[in-house]
Design a protein around this ligand. Structure first.
Ligand code: ACO
Length: 378
């Protein structure tokens, strides 16, 4: 039975009810559990944001300390996971490595005690704790180096940068990275979160839920756009080339990476904050050679596509921040996944509270009563 009109990409069709985050795409508002993203980014940190998203309230001091302690304790990887990663091809994309590793965690923690709050807590902690270690370990191993062990005396963001770059970061870049993690932690029912929900609704384990979401985030129309933005800025090269390049791209009906959003019809509030963070970093550590190109591209896209509501999204300025933090461009999307794991887990938990398996309908456009033609007659 068809109950409503078919909309490609399910545009505008509610697929769930949720109290985790809210977006107003006309006003450029994003709230996590009712708190504006600007306020959280200015006052909070990533782990308390993750706690807020997953458990619904800001943690007390004691709750946050316990959560941080548990995450720190679970950061290490089993040597079998590291050995598995050693067999991955160096040329493989880190998102594929991450998806495989997230799924492999299910081999070690295979219980599906979805009604047991201890199991839920442990799964949340393990995934948040181990995913950054996996991303950093793959980066070092593909260069032929041993992975660096996590350091218990460093916070979540600083420890990741330490494991990645093999040196302790200054507090300022570590703080900026922590803010980036907060900004990417959750964004209603986007493609990867929807993928997580569908997987969760079968009552499979949370490692499979996160692995399916990682696979979905990897595409260039979703989280993979941040990597494509840098490729695009490199291709444009100079401020003078921005408008001729854009003209050509639009004539060929090409998409401009890092622009446009299904929900936002104004500049994504996260892009505004990321641009400010980029400027703060450049002031202290030197300007990125492509920043002026990016700013000019924003102006040119606004002039040409502003009437369609095409403005920078979260992926546009994030790459420039990550480059300054020493993160290679093919790790931009895995870094997004580190952060978005918080949102996926929040939705997983919410889905379990009132689960019904996803089983939408379709509009069949194929044949009926077709004839089977034997192979020799085809
Ligand atoms: N560059 C040029 N034109 C665009 C862009 C863009 N980046 N985005 C949308 N448009 C145009 C389309 O060509 C279309 O024009 P038309 O109506 O004249 O045919 C119109 O705007 C609507 O675009 P759709 O692709 O139908 O919008 P949709 O909501 O399906 O897609 C998406 C949203 C996928 C984000 C799209 O804007 C896009 O491809 N952007 C580039 C990739 C990107 O930056 N993705 C990251 C998104 S944020 C995230 O996932 C974390």
């Amino acid at each position: 039975m068809t109950v409503c009109e078919y909309r490609a990409g399910l545009e505008g069709i509610p697929a769930t009810q949720s109290s985790i985050s809210f977006v107003d795409g006309q006003r450029g508002v994003l709230e996590y559990r009712g708190i504006g993203i600007e306020e959280l980014a200015a006052k909070g940190n990533f782990l308390e944001t993750a706690y807020l998203l997953i458990w619904g309230d800001l943690p007390t001091k004691e709750e946050l300390e316990l959560f941080e302690y548990e995450i720190t304790y679970h950061r290490r990887l089993k040597y079998r996971i590291r050995d598995m990663m050693k067999c991955f091809p160096e040329s493989g994309h880190p998102m594929d490595a991450l998806q495989a590793c997230a799924a492999a965690l299910g081999l070690f923690y295979s219980r599906r005690a979805l009604d047991d709050p201890t199991y839920i807590r442990e799964a949340v902690v393990r995934l948040l704790a181990k995913i950054p270690t996996m991303v950093a370990a793959f980066q070092l191993m593909r260069k032929g180096n041993d992975p660096v062990q996590p350091r218990d005396d460093l916070g979540y963001a600083a420890n990741f940068l330490y494991m990645l770059n093999e040196r302790e970061p200054d507090p300022f870049p570590a703080h900026i990275f922590d803010v980036c993690l907060m900004l990417h932690a959750e964004h209603t029912i986007n493609a990867s979160t929807f993928s997580a929900l569908v997987t969760a609704s079968t009552l499979t384990d949370p490692y499979a839920v996160v692995a399916s979401a990682v696979g979905t985030l990897a595409g260039p129309l979703h989280g993979g756009a941040n990597e494509e933005v840098i490729v695009m800025l490199e291709e444009i090269g100079t401020v003078e080339n921005v408008r001729p390049w854009l003209e050509k791209q639009l004539a060929q009906k090409g998409k401009i990476m890092g622009f446009g959003h299904r929900v936002y019809k104004v500049k994504d509030p996260r892009a505004t904050i990321l641009q400010q963070l980029a400027e703060q970093l450049f002031e202290k550590y030197g300007r990125d050679e492509y920043y002026d190109v990016a700013v000019e591209l924003e102006r040119a896209v606004e002039d040409n596509l502003g009437h369609k509501g095409i403005y920078p999204n979260v992926d546009f300025y994030s790459g420039l921040v990550y480059r300054k933090l020493g993160i290679p461009s093919d790790l931009f999307t895995p870094v997004f996944a580190i952060s978005r794991t918080a949102g996926w887990l929040a939705h997983w938990k919410e889905q379990l509270n009132e689960n019904r398996i996803f089983r939408p309908t379709q509009i069949y456009t194929g044949l009926h009563e077709a004839t089977y033609v034997p192979i020799e007659h085809r």
